[in-house]
Each structure stands twice: as structure tokens, then as C-alpha cells.
Design a protein around this ligand. Structure first.
Ligand code: NAD
Length: 492
């Protein structure tokens, strides 16, 4: 059985595997992931620390050149990377390429590092005194990532962390770990010095060791809410800066004046793309007023045309779920829905089979707070419809939900859309856009249980997170100006 290597100090490092990596389209175990020992973790942190010192002093132009080369290599290797993602994750090839395209955006943004790392200068703040600021790397960043975007989320973190002059230790998801090793190799080929970017495979114990390790300065985490909360607490207790992005329950509010065909298409694309395994997937359509009936009809008709199959079959609209365990959990939300007086409009559970973790699309009418299908993040191809009477009821539903990652409103009324975006307690909002993942020049982050920590990820907040500010106050006095004065210095 193939063991997925670590990528340490610029080379693959083999170790015998532990947890299984499946091909979700066949259900077969195709590799095993090692769990590193404490001494291996210590060694990697030590070498990353050493590498961070010279990398942190490297010229900005050198870093920019490396990132430009990485961008080119990612473009050239898109097919290969997408195939690797499809094999271990299960998403369609087109979807995998879309993920790579969004990852590229982050590398492109990082290529502008000379601008992003620019400090400020204030001339003559007092007589003969100038002030300037710089931003320095924090040191060694632990990047801990989820299964659902195995190259994009690592690059949300690594592109800006490396551009800022840090060393990175990536702990990818144990479900689809191979593409991170290729990322390490492409970074090396781009000219990144050995030891600056390392991939340490493993599981929760590996993450725990990194969170507690004195050699780690900052932790970027993306994953489920319970783990994000834990990561935030442990890393904070160990005096690290930490940003921990969690799960989601994204609502799509459809107002009575919306174009229902546009809304139905959007609900399908955002609810069922990648089998619903996206943190920005729409999982609840909030039908306002009398739109529920016609909207449900339009969504159901479209669902009947979706094709579910292996991600490497170009005919598939979406592929399997990540594991049998997850499939069983997702199926349970559909089978138990009638117990909560929820109507199962479309039931995709009959597709579930042991040969691949497939499930067809399901549509539930009448989800509401207090029902499992509404309260939990399902993370599968199950779309719920919640019926509310008014615009204000829709806002209240969104705001009372403990998650606050993304939300969308569908309307033709600009003022309603404006009021909506001002009133919802959610980090990322789409107006007639169902998956409002911000472009790389804006930062990504939810509110409430969708993010623990103060900075959003990537974009300007990414550069802020991966650097520490220094402010230098300078004076070049003439000897004749020097005097004894024990008063607190002022600029007056
Ligand atoms: P997960 O929380 O199970 O795992 C994420 C990472 O944490 C993995 O690397 C895993 O090895 C590690 N981990 C798991 N349990 C741990 C523990 N007890 N202690 C320390 N580390 C632990 O998440 P997942 O199933 O891989 O990914 C899906 C989840 O990620 C969903 O909830 C989804 O919404 C969320 N997600 C959020 C965003 C976002 O930007 N907010 C983006 C993508 C995914």
C-alpha cells in the first residue's frame, strides 16, 4: 500500500502509513497517511525556524520572482493537479480546475508583495524627528487545512505567509493529502529554499503537537467549527497568534420580486456543486412570501436533470462524498427529516452504495430552527427550504443562526439588497451571487461560529496576520541640540 510522503526540507520523506486515503468514487483505499512522531515534528519545526531566518531576510524581488514562477508552474500543472484532487477528493475535474484557478488568484495577489509589505513614513513629526514603519515576518506558520479544498486553502495561507517572509509547515487533511506534496515540489522548482515550506502529514495529534509547540509562531486553521474553536483556544493558550475558520450554514434569501429561474439555477449551482462539500455552499433557501411553491418546483425540475457520477467522468455534475462515514451521516438528515415534519421533495439516498460514496441530490421543504436538517451543517447534496413571511423574518432567521460565513439575497430591488447587506450578521454577502467567495484582493472570513480570531484569511488581512509591525522613530541631532530633559517626550 502506497504511503503518502511528508515534504520536508525540500524532499519527499517516506514513513509507513496509518490512516486510509480513499478513492471516494470506488470506495477503495488507495494510500495511507503517516502520523509523525514527536521527534519528527520537533525536527521539522527546528529546520523551519532556521530556514525562516534567512528567508525572512530575503529580498522582496527574490520572493516576488519565486511566486511568479510558482504561478506559471501551477498553470502548467493544472491538469495533473486536478486529476490528483479528483482521485482523492472525488470532485469533478472541472470543479478541481476551478479550485486551482481560485488558488492561483491568491498567488497572483501575493506577487504584489512589494506593495502589500510597504510601510509608512511620516516626515518631521516633531522638529528633526521622522517616523517610519515596517512589517516583519512572524517566523514559523502552521497551516492546518480541511479536505474540501486541498490546494486552494493551503494557498490561501501559504502564498501570503511565504510572501511575508515566513516559513510554513502545512498539515493537510489526511483525507486528500497528496496534492500538498506536489505543491511543495512546485515551490521548490520555483526556487523556494529548502525548509521554508514543509508538509507534515498526520492527524489531530499532529495538529495538537503544533498548537502546543514553542517553535510555532502563528496558526492558520480552516475546518469544522468544533475543531476551529479548539484550535483557537489551544493556540491562544500557547501565546500564538491564531485565525481559525470554521463551518457554515449559508442561507440564500429569495425575495418575492426575484427572477425565480435565476434563483433556482443559483440554488442548484451553489447547493449541489462539489456535492455540497463547500464551506460557502448554500444549504438553506429562504423563500419569502409566496415564492416557496413555484421556487421549489423550479429547483426540483432542475434536480431531476443532475447527473451524479465519478469526478473523472465529464458527464458528472457532481461526484461522491469524501468517506462512507460522512455519506452515512448526510443520508441520515434526509431519512430522519419526516420525523421533524419536513417534506422530502427529492430523495437522493437510494443512490448510496458501498462502491463509492455516492448520493443523489435531495431537497427538503420546511426546514426551520430546532430541526436537525436546519441546525447542523450537513455538508452534502441536501438543500433545505425554509419558508418565512417577510423580509424582516428572513433577516431574523439569518441573524439568529449561530454561523455567519456567507449569505445571498436574490432580488431586483436595490434598496432591499442594500438594507439586507447592512442588516445581516454575516461576513460575506452575495447580491444575486450565491457563492460570494471574495477575490484574493479582499479577505475571506465569516462571523460568529464561522471564525475564531480577529483577522480574516488571505488578502490584506492575510498580510497583516503573517507580519508584525515595527515603528521606528528617528532623530539625527546636532550635538549642540542635545540636552538633559526628563519630561515625557512630546511632539509639541
Ligand atoms: P475538520 O475540522 O475535520 O478537519 C480540518 C483539519 O483539522 C484537518 O487537517 C484535520 O486533520 C484537523 N483536525 C481534525 N480534528 C482535529 C482535532 N480534534 N484537533 C486538531 N486538529 C484536528 O474539517 P474537514 O472535515 O476536513 O473539513 C470540512 C469542514 O471545514 C466543514 O465544516 C467546512 O465548513 C469547513 N470549512 C470551512 C471553510 C471556511 O473558510 N470557513 C473553508 C473550507 C472548509
Amino acid at each position: 500500500m502506497r504511503s503518502v510522503p511528508h515534504f520536508i526540507n525540500g524532499a519527499r520523506v517516506e514513513e509507513s502509513g496509518h490512516s486510509p486515503v480513499f478513492n471516494p468514487a470506488t470506495g477503495e483505499v488507495i494510500a495511507k497517511v503517516p502520523v509523525p512522531s514527536k521527534s519528527r515534528i520537533d525536527d521539522v519545526v527546528a529546520l523551519a525556524r532556521t530556514a525562516s531566518l534567512s528567508w525572512g531576510r530575503s529580498s522582496l524581488s527574490r520572493r516576488t520572482n519565486i511566486l511568479f514562477t510558482l504561478r506559471q508552474l501551477l498553470v502548467e500543472h493544472t491538469d495533473e493537479l486536478a486529476a490528483l484532487i479528483t482521485t482523492e477528493h472525488g470532485k469533478t475535474r472541472t470543479d478541481a480546475k476551478g479550485e486551482i484557478a481560485r488558488a492561483l488568484e491568491n498567488v497572483e495577489y501575493a506577487c504584489g508583495l512589494i506593495e502589500h509589505l510597504k510601510g509608512g513614513f511620516s516626515d518631521q513629526v516633531a522638529d528633526g524627528v521622522d517616523v517610519h514603519s515596517t512589517r516583519e515576518p512572524v517566523g514559523v506558520v502552521a497551516a492546518v487545512t480541511p479536505f474540501n479544498f486541498p490546494i486552494m486553502v493551503p494557498l490561501w495561507m501559504s502564498a501570503n505567509a511565504l510572501a511575508s517572509g515566513n516559513a510554513v509547515i502545512l498539515k493537510p487533511s489526511e483525507r486528500d493529502p497528496s496534492v500538498s506534496v506536489r505543491l511543495g515540489e512546485l515551490l521548490k522548482e520555483s526556487g523556494l529554499p529548502d525548509g521554508v515550506f514543509n508538509v507534515l502529514q498526520g492527524d489531530a495529534t499532529t495538529v495538537q503537537a503544533l498548537l502546543e509547540h514553542p517553535g510555532i509562531d502563528a496558526v492558520s486553521f480552516v475546518g469544522s467549527t468544533p475543531v476551529a474553536r479548539h484550535v483557537h483556544e489551544v493556540a491562544s493558550a500557547h501565546h500564538k497568534r491564531v485565525q481559525a475558520l470554521g463551518g457554515a450554514k449559508n442561507h440564500m434569501v429569495v425575495l418575492p420580486d426575484a427572477d425565480l429561474d435565476v434563483a433556482a439555477d443559483a440554488a442548484i449551482n451553489s447547493g449541489f456543486g462539489s456535492a455540497g462539500e463547500r464551506c460557502m455552499a448554500i444549504s438553506v433557501v429562504v423563500a419569502v412570501g409566496d415564492v416557496a411553491g413555484p421556487l421549489i418546483d423550479k429547483i426540483a425540475t432542475r434536480l431531476d436533470k443532475l447527473r451524479v457520477g465519478p469526478g473523472d467522468d465529464p458527464a458528472s455534475d457532481f461526484g461522491p462524498l469524501i468517506t462512507q462515514e460522512h455519506l452515512t451521516r448526510v443520508v441520515s438528515y434526509v431519512t430522519s427529516a419526516p420525523d421533524d415534519d419536513i417534506t422530502v421533495v427529492r430523495d437522493g439516498t437510494s443512490m448510496a452504495s458501498p462502491k463509492g460514496f455516492f448520493m443523489g441530490p435531495s431537497l427538503l421543504d420546511g426546514v426551520r430552527p430546532g430541526t436537525k436538517a436546519y441546525d447542523d451543517e450537513i455538508f452534502g447534496p441536501v438543500l433545505g427550504v425554509a419558508r418565512v413571511a417577510t423580509f424582516n423574518d428572513a433577516i431574523a432567521l439569518v441573524n439568529n443562526n449561530p454561523y455567519g460565513n456567507g449569505v445571498a439575497v436574490f432580488t431586483r430591488d436595490g434598496n432591499a439588497a442594500r438594507l439586507f447587506s447592512r442588516q445581516v450578521h454575516v461576513g460575506m454577502i452575495g447580491i444575486n451571487v450565491p457563492i460570494p467567495v471574495p477575490i484574493a484582493a479582499y479577505s475571506f472570513g465569516g462571523w460568529k461560529n464561522s471564525l475564531f480570531g480577529h483577522t480574516h484569511i488571505y488578502g490584506p488581512e492575510g498580510f497583516a496576520f503573517y507580519t508584525r509591525a515595527k515603528v521606528i522613530t528617528t532623530r539625527w541631532p546636532e550635538a549642540s541640540e542635545s540636552q538633559i530633559d526628563l519630561g515625557f517626550p512630546t511632539t509639541r
